[in-house]
Design a protein around this ligand. Structure first.
Ligand code: ZN
Length: 677
């Protein structure tokens, strides 16, 4: 449940400061192809970690990379074979490398790397190759057969006969995960979680295991492939000595090293339990591990390594393998703690009716982490937050960890600078100046105020049903949290606390918020559709309401320049007053459970789209040629040793290219056979 919040993140919401950019020569962009863009992220603060923690990060990052082949095989039984065939052609082909067939094969291979298989990482559809079977056959014949993934005694002809339909026949294994109602979802999904088993057999098998009276159920089926052998349905468990054991043993090797430099006993116990689970494959052991992990809050370094995400299984049980290693971002966490510590002041001074305010309010301190490496189902496409464990009973009894990954958001923001988005959509140099100077900072601050204070503020009147607003509830709730942040961004208290650097800083967030809500977020919607998603509805609600209520005084205008529409804010202070007024009304609706008012607010302001403006925005966006999906290349960690082989430092470098990294991983972490039965 790490949630792919990051993959569709839109460029241009906040912009990088110009002066900062000049000092910061770090190159955040790597390359772009198909619908994908590869970025780099910076591991702020790694160099300053004490040596023992650097070693810990290093060992855990090796443990992360060792599992790469597991996910390729989970995503489809031919993925490792196809990857190896294409990589060999890519590195060894002596023919014309500018030929369209070769160029298209290169793009195909880059997409396979990105998706950890031959299906799109997000849409789950099989890629359509832009090269011919004849080309691939000839290319394969031209390279050293010893480098090809041939089975014992198999000829190249036989290999091609077996694998080519998987690549070239659009109907075969068409979807990695099929969710189409009425079909056998297990038989029609190409993911490798079931073999020779029907959906009914799988559901039967696990149905019998479940005991409705068990209040602490393990997550059945999570760490195995379900197969039918000799007429019997049975699990092949992923563990040391079992399926994927070769890769798991390598992971264990590095976890043992990490255990030796654990920061404290709690963390050591987490690592020990994880090793035990990789050894015994017992789901009870996994729950014990998850409980230890969720309670380890004091360690600076933290990590996930294991079978985690269930989106890839049409039945939602089997978990794909992934890993992330990270450490606490002390600077940013300080900022959210400062905001939380002043929660009562913010509550007392909000423009909301006294009856709807909390007498006593507690802020939530959002934990921000810095990612050091990502692997498996978090690589290269990743999430910008983690919320684990997945087990419902563990979450309710022992809690969960929820963190945001600061250096990923940062990299998305920085990479968006200079992509043409603000040149196309921002009204003038004045607004661009605000965005460049303050956009990143006030965007982050708005998020902090939203998360740390907004959701926790206010109270329901006695007897009001918390679900009274029904389907409109989540839009109203998001609007409430956003408005709380918008109202306070310009406040003198923010300067006093040292959170904002200048009285004008908030204008960056005001401008980008209004531009996004009135116009640019429409790029995520297909022409003819309404706004559906709750966060997008909330943003349009706020922007349109403030636009209309301020229309007579021209607080905000939509103006035309060279036939293009722009947002222009004429009076920022009045805009703040309008946000305060709307916060008061939204809080009233929530506190009183006024369903009818919520319905009107959402239906009147949040849902409908002006088709003419929509078409214009889409056309302008398309010309910018921005890739909708993004992913990251990892940094490289190198251990420096003394004459006795002791690690004396761990160095980090960022120069590695995308293909270079993928080929190195395929060589150094090729831990599984091509066929895993
Ligand atoms: Zn929220």
């Amino acid at each position: 449940m790490t949630g792919m919040i990051g993959t569709m993140l839109l460029a241009g919401c906040s912009q990088q400061g110009k002066q900062e950019l000049e000092q910061d020569s770090f190159d955040y962009t790597v390359e772009q192809f198909a619908d994908l863009q590869l970025l780099r992220y910076k591991v702020h603060g790694f160099e300053e970690l004490p040596l023992e923690q650097k070693k810990l990060v290093y060992y855990l990052s090796e443990a992360a990379l060792q599992g790469r082949d597991i996910l390729f095989d989970q995503n489809g039984k031919y993925n490792l074979i196809i990857r190896k065939m294409l990589e060999t052609v890519y590195t060894d082909y002596q023919g014309d490398r500018t030929d369209a067939n070769f160029v298209n094969m290169e793009t195909y291979l880059k997409r396979v790397w990105f998706s950890n298989g031959i299906h799109h990482h997000y849409a789950a559809d099989k890629f359509v190759p832009g090269f011919t079977p004849e080309f691939l056959k000839k290319a394969l014949e031209s390279v050293d057969t010893k480098k090809l993934p041939l089975a014992e005694g198999e000829t190249l002809d036989e290999l091609c006969k077996e694998v080519f339909p998987v690549i070239f026949d659009a109907k075969l294994m068409a979807k990695r995960v099929n969710q189409a109602d009425g079909e056998d979802l297990v038989l029609t999904s190409a993911s490798n979680y079931y073999d020779g088993v029907t959906q009914e057999e799988a559901e039967d098998f696990y149905g019998k295991m479940k005991n409705p009276n068990d209040t602490m159920p393990v997550m059945f089926g999570m760490n195995s492939r379900l197969v039918k052998e000799n007429g019997k349905v049975q699990e092949k468990v992923w563990k040391s000595g079992g399926l994927y054991g070769q890769a798991i043993d390598k992971i264990i090797y590095w976890l043992e090293k990490a255990k030796g430099v654990a920061e404290n006993d709690a963390q050591k116990a987490v690592i020990e339990k994880m090793i035990q689970f990789y050894q015994d494959g017992d789901l009870k052991t996994f729950d014990e591990y998850a409980i230890l992990w969720v309670k380890d809050l004091d360690s600076r370094v933290d990590f996930v390594n294991g079978f985690t995400e269930s989106y890839g299984d049409p039945l939602g049980m089997k978990a794909s393998w992934e890993s992330i290693v990270n450490f606490k971002d002390l600077e940013t966490t300080k900022r959210t703690e400062l905001i939380s510590a002043n929660a009562q002041w913010f509550e007392d001074h909000s423009p909301v009716d006294k009856r709807f305010k909390k007498e006593e309010v507690k802020g939530v301190s959002a934990k921000v982490i810095t990612a050091a490496i990502i692997a498996g189902d978090l690589y290269p496409a990743t999430a910008i937050g983690i919320n684990l464990p997945n087990s419902n009973w563990i979450r309710s009894v022992h809690g969960s960890k929820s963190v945001t990954i600061g250096n990923f958001t940062d990299a998305y923001n920085k990479a968006a600078h200079g992509n043409g988005f603000s040149d196309e959509f921002v009204y003038s140099e004045v607004e661009k100046g605000y965005l460049e100077k303050y956009g990143d900072l006030t965007g982050d601050l708005h998020t902090d105020l939203h998360e740390c204070l907004g959701h926790g503020s206010g109270q329901l009147l006695p007897g009001v049903d918390p679900d009274a607003l029904k389907a409109y509830g989540s839009t109203i709730e998001e609007a409430r949290a956003d408005l709380f942040g918008l109202y306070y961004l310009p406040d003198a208290k923010m300067r006093e606390l040292g959170l904002t650097p200048h009285d004008d800083a908030y204008k960056a967030e005001y401008y980008s918020y209004m531009m996004n809500g009135l116009m640019t977020q429409l790029v995520r919607i297909e022409l003819g559709n309404n706004v559906e998603e709750a966060h997008m509805r909330n943003r349009q609600l706020i922007a349109k309401w403030a636009f209309e209520k301020g229309a007579a005084e021209k607080v905000t205008e939509l103006v035309k320049k060279d036939g293009k529409t722009f947002v222009k804010i004429n009076d920022y202070e009045k805009l703040r007053a309008l946000f305060g007024q709307l916060l008061n009304e939204i809080q009233r609706i929530k506190s009183e459970g006024d369903f009818e008012a919520a319905r009107q607010m959402v239906e009147n302001y949040a849902v409908k789209v002006d088709p003419e403006l929509h078409q214009e925005v889409l056309a302008r966006y398309e010309k910018l040629n921005l890739a909708p999906y993004k992913g990251f290349v990892n940094p490289v960690y190198t251990a420096k040793t003394d004459a006795e082989g002791n690690i004396i430092d761990v160095e980090i470098s960022y120069g590695e290219g995308y293909a270079e990294q993928m080929l190195r991983y395929s060589k150094d972490y090729a831990n599984l056979p091509y066929r895993n039965e």
